[in-house]
Each structure stands twice: as C-alpha cells, then as structure tokens.
Design a protein around this ligand. Structure first.
Ligand code: CP
Ligand code: NVA
Length: 306
C-alpha cells in the first residue's frame, strides 16, 4: 500500500475496501466496548490551514481512542505562514512525530510534504480532494444500502474536492456515479477522464439534477462555496439554485434512497431543512463514521510501533 494517503487514486479497490471493512469492524467493536491500543506511544501532528469541526475532532478522538497522542497546529502556529519551505517543515516534523494529518489549500502542498516526509502524510482535505471523508461516506453507504457495486450514486452540486474524490472512488469500487453540476463548475476534467478509463460502471456528468438523481440509491451534495471561495458565495447562490436537494428532487430518486452531506450544511441552500432532517438523511451516521474510519486509516498508515 502507498505510504501516504493523498488521493484515492493511489489505492486499489481491494485496499480501499479493506479500510472500509476495518472501520465497520471498529465501529461494531466500539459499541461492544472493545478497546484497541494500536497507536500507544505514537503521535501525529494535525496541520490545519483551514477550519474544521468534524475532521479535526474525529482524527483527534480516533488517535486518543487508539492510545496515541495529537499535536494540533493551525496556520497561526507554524512558520509556514512566514514562508518556511514545505520541504524543511516535512523534514523537521518527521523527527518529532509518526504522521502528519494535513488540511490545506493546494494538493501540491500535501504532495510536497509527502515527498520530503519520512512519516505518512494523510490528506484531511485540499482544494482538490477529501479522500478520508469519502471513505467514511462509503462506509455509511454500505451500512445503509449494502454492497457498493450494486448501487447508483448521484452527486448534485459543485464539482469540487468531494466530487473529485467520489469520482476516484467510483473508478476503484465499481458503483455507478451520476454527477450534475452547473456549467463551469464541473469536476477536474483529467480526474474524470482517468476515472472513466479505469471504471467498470458508468461515471456520467450532466447539467440536469433530475437526470442525475433518477432512480439513484444515494443522493449526495455539499456546500456550493467551499472554503477559500467565500468571495464567490453570492454569485454561486444564483448559479446553483436549481441544484438544491429538496423533496421535489428526491422524489426522482429511488424511494429508499439515502441522502448524504459531508457537513457543514447550509440549510435551504444546497439542501432543504426538511430533507436534511428527514427520514432519508443519514448525515449523523456519516459524521460518526468519520471517527471509525480515521481509526482505521491511522492504524493502517501509522501502525503499531515496531
Ligand atoms: N466534513 C468535514 O470535513 O467537516 P469539517 O470541515 O468540520 O472537518
Ligand atoms: N467542499 C467543502 C467540504 C467541506 C468539508 C470545502 O472544501 O469547504
């Protein structure tokens, strides 16, 4: 398996499925009171240049839950803000800690840290990908809908970091994926092209949200303006209006479809309050599963001390 978790494309379907299976076991075991200490004596640094509630806390809880420790560094706390080279940061940090969990802007930042770091670098969201989120979302889908290869997933809204990671997951795990994005807000073309070339089932990109959700088993969305796009918020509200997940749109999906949103949600923007709080929404399970998935990821990448 790759040393770092930078994007889902770096892993085989079997490797991704093993991480999801492990997280499902860890969730069951945690309900039964089973405790693991895989990461006793190990420390990770969380280097977060963007805000986070779920990812930060679930990684911290996961690390402590496995007997490890965490050092949290916001962008105010490091010399990166004063332009210390990433390659220097990586080679210093790897003398102190056993792994780096990084939330930042460009994918090239995690790529560069990984190039120079002797310890694993885990992508906790960049502008391009949110791989750990999509792994825990897939876990949630399996819990509620069963094996992925039978399913049709719809992505409605921005062709953003989440969409890119869903596309890579579809190519590896064999579910059908329909994306509906406004013109000009599509996922990265190269990611789509590469995924389609490798996928067993269709990965469709359309502009009509009704077409994308038709008979879908999973209906998935995210904010219309991601972190770093705050200046575009007002314009995006206009462009994305027809892409709201509401009762009307959900009626076109399979009647037993589940609704995902990685959160934070903007109620009555990308998703109606009624759908978010309604019976088809699985967003709270989705949030919980981040912690179980992060335990699986940390144990797999940081591992027990030799
Ligand atoms: N879903 C997610 O990544 O949430 P946070 O931004 O709160 O970490
Ligand atoms: N696309 C969103 C995801 C937030 C978890 C963002 O990047 O802000």
């Amino acid at each position: 398996m790759a040393q770092h978790l930078l994007s889902l494309a770096d892993f085989s379907g079997a490797e991704l499925a093993a991480l999801i299976d492990r997280a499902l076991v860890l969730k069951r075991e945690s309900r039964d009171g089973v405790r693991h200490r895989d990461l006793e004596g190990r420390t990770v640094a969380l280097i977060f240049e963007k805000p986070s509630t779920r990812t930060r806390v679930s990684f911290e809880a996961a690390m402590y839950g496995l007997g490890g420790q965490v050092i949290y560094l916001s962008s105010r706390d490091t010399q990166l803000a004063r332009n210390e080279p990433l390659k220097d940061m990586a080679r210093v940090m790897d003398r102190y800690v056993d792994g780096l969990v990084v939330r930042t802007f460009g994918q090239e930042i995690v790529d560069e840290l990984a190039r120079y770091s002797g310890v694993p670098v885990i992508n906790a969201l960049t502008d391009l990908h949110h791989p750990c989120q999509v792994l825990s979302d897939l876990m949630t889908v399996i819990e509620h809908k069963g094996p992925l290869d039978k399913l049709k997933v719809a992505w409605v809204g921005d062709g953003n970091n989440m969409a890119n990671s869903w596309i890579q997951a579809a190519a590896r795990l064999g579910f059908a994926l329909n994306l509906a994005c406004p013109e000009g807000y599509e996922p990265v073309p190269g990611i789509l092209r590469e995924a389609r070339a490798q996928a067993d089932r269709p990965i469709n990109l359309v502009h009509d949200p009704l077409e994308a959700v038709a008979e879908a088993d999973v209906v998935n969305t995210d904010v219309w303006a991601s972190m770093g796009q705050e200046d575009e918020q007002i314009h995006r509200l206009q462009v994305f209006r027809p892409y709201q997940i509401n009762d009307r749109l959900l009626a076109a999906a399979d009647p037993n479809a589940v609704v995902l949103h990685c959160l934070p949600a903007h109620r009555d923007e990308e998703i109606s309050e009624k759908v978010l709080e309604g019976p088809q929404s699985v967003v709270w399970d989705q949030s919980e599963n981040k912690m179980h998935m992060h335990k699986a990821v940390l144990a797999a990448f940081i591992g027990p001390k030799a």
